[in-house]
Structure formats: C-alpha cells, structure tokens
Design a protein around this ligand. Sequence first.
Ligand code: AMP
Length: 358
Amino acid sequence: MKIGVIGGGQLGRMLALAGTPMGMQFIFLDPAADACAAAVGAQICADYNDHEHLRQLADQVDLVTFEFENVPAETVAFLSQYVPVFPCADALRVARDRLNEKTLFQQLQIPVAPFAAIESQVELDRAIQVIGLPAVLKTRTLGYDGKGQKVLRTTADVTDAYAELGSVPSILETFVHFTGEVSLLAVRSRHGEIRAYPLVHNTHEQGILRLSLPSNDHVLQTLAETYVTSVLEHLDYVGVLAFEFFEFNGGLFANEIAPRVHNSGHWTIEGAECSQFENHLRAVTGLPLGSTSKLGESAMINFIGTVPEVEALAAIEDCHFHHYGKSFKNGRKVGHGTIRSQSAERMLQQLTKLKALV
Ligand code: AMP
C-alpha cells in the first residue's frame, strides 16, 4: 500500500518507520529541500497549494494523510477529488483555527476557559473588561510551540497587543492557573473503533514541550476519554488525534486538538504495545487497531536545538534515542529520548541520567 503524507518532518519520518515493516511505502509532499522524512520515503518537493504536484501525489498513492495540519482547506478539497484523505477536511478546518476549536468544544459541552474572538484592538480592549487580566491573546491560525501568542498581565501589555501579534484574527483567553497539563492521544479507525492511550503529563519550557510522562490509572482518564470520543465521533474522524487539556480544579479545561500524531505520544514507540504511528496507519488503511496498553514505565524528553552525544545516550540503559537528521537550530525539535524500564523507580533513575545530558 502506498501512503501519501502532507508534510515531511519528523512525524512523517516516524510514520514511515512504523509503516515500512507493515509493507507500506511513503511519498511525502513538503516544500523544504531538506525535509527529514525524505530519508525514509520518496519526496515531492512542492508547496502545499501546488495543484500540479498535489495531483502527481494523488495519482501515485492509495490514500493521503497529514503530519502537519496547517494546510489550506482548499488543498484537502483538491486532493479529496482524486484519493481518500484522512482525517477529513472538516477535522482540519476545526483544528487549524482556535475559534472553530473552542466553539466545537462548547457545542459538545467540553469545558473551556472563558474566551472571546478578537478582530481589532478595540475588541481586545472590550474583551479585557469581561475576561480580565492575566489573559492570553493567541492568533486563530498558524500558532505552534508557543508562537503566535502573548500573555497579557498588565494594562500596559494590552495597549498595542493586537498589532504586536500581527493584527490578525485572534482569540483572547483567561490565563488558566492550571495544576498540570495533560494530553490524551486517541485513535479512531475507518470502522468507528476507538482506543485511547493513558493520559500523559506534559511539561513545557518557553512554550515547547520538554518532558512527557504517561500516567497510570489517572483519575481523569475516563473523563478525558469521554471528551475525545465525542470529538472523534462528531467529526467522523479517522486516525490519531491528540487532545491537550489543562488540569484545573480537579477537572479538565480543553486547550486544543491536533489532528495527527503528536509529540506527547512519542513514548508509545517503545512504551506501548502498538505505537501512535502504527495505530494511525492501521486506522487510515482500515486495519483493526492495536493495543494502546503501556509496556513498563516510560518518559520522553525532547532534544531541542541539539542532540546530545550519541555515545553518552547509548551509555544510558533503557534509553531509546531518536535523531531526526535535521539541521540544528535554536528552539527546533531535533530528536527525542525515551526511557522505558520495568519499574517506576528504575525509570526515574535512568531519566535523571538522560536529563543531565540535555
Ligand atoms: P498552546 O499553543 O495553546 O498549546 O499554548 C502553548 C502553551 O502555553 C501551553 O502548553 C501552556 O503551557 C501555555 N498556555 C496556553 N494557553 C494558556 C492559558 N489560557 N493559560 C495558561 N497557560 C496557557
């Protein structure tokens, strides 16, 4: 089976690494000449709205999926004329726009922090009167890793905030004094089967995910699964979806969804019976889903900017390291390491050794 993937970064690369043993072949469409997924599949080097090359991709594959959701809706519509596309255009339309996302959460009665749509400084000033400070102003589209957002703590921060964020449609949210951030990765097959991985505790530094710790029997697991199931079914979603939440007051506030495999699920490569990457491919190709149960105790650390010395990583027992083969750059995710051990105590010991390298 030939799979077309929109985007050729590390997520695409790890999809191909999971799918190749299942006899799948991959073609990535990405405008970057140095797309790191090209090491494990073919690449069409073209823009996401280049119809000629999108058509070329559609003609060569059995289906198309995404490792990157910020593609024009029109690209999805174009591809869908020629080849099955998963997840569907509707899921991407919701996930790429924070206002659509929050509106859907409200419609499905999933709690969200108070928010307002903002299209000018005047609207921002008015919304601050209602929402109060501190608050977070976020662009509706194209934000990632903390980019495209600004925390507003004082009235001075508010004064030119709309222009400072680029004068683009945005949303203002209450700043949530959360007790933790968790994500739930779930997968829905073409036949409607749904499975979820254990909730993952995530720690961010400067807006970028640094550490993911999958939990055991989290008290909010069932609640999170209820929320993700309603989104998956509402959107008739096929594939892996990541749902990010704030833990607040003993419950959950929905933050955002990503319609794709997700960084907080990388631990599943070694730490679960069936990884998020394999399960995404099983889902989109119509295969039965694999088990989402944990194998032992895991933790994942992102390598940001640079990858530690390979010799030092290899010297840590229970450490599985992934080097994405990308050029090094400040703030860029260039690899990750997962510790997977038989006991929580041993995992934390080995994690301390890995932390010392990053
Ligand atoms: P996002 O791109 O929405 O996931 O935001 C990136 C990170 O900024 C989140 O993981 C949080 O750590 C922080 N953040 C985002 N929105 C809020 C909020 N409303 N209140 C507090 N922290 C936030």
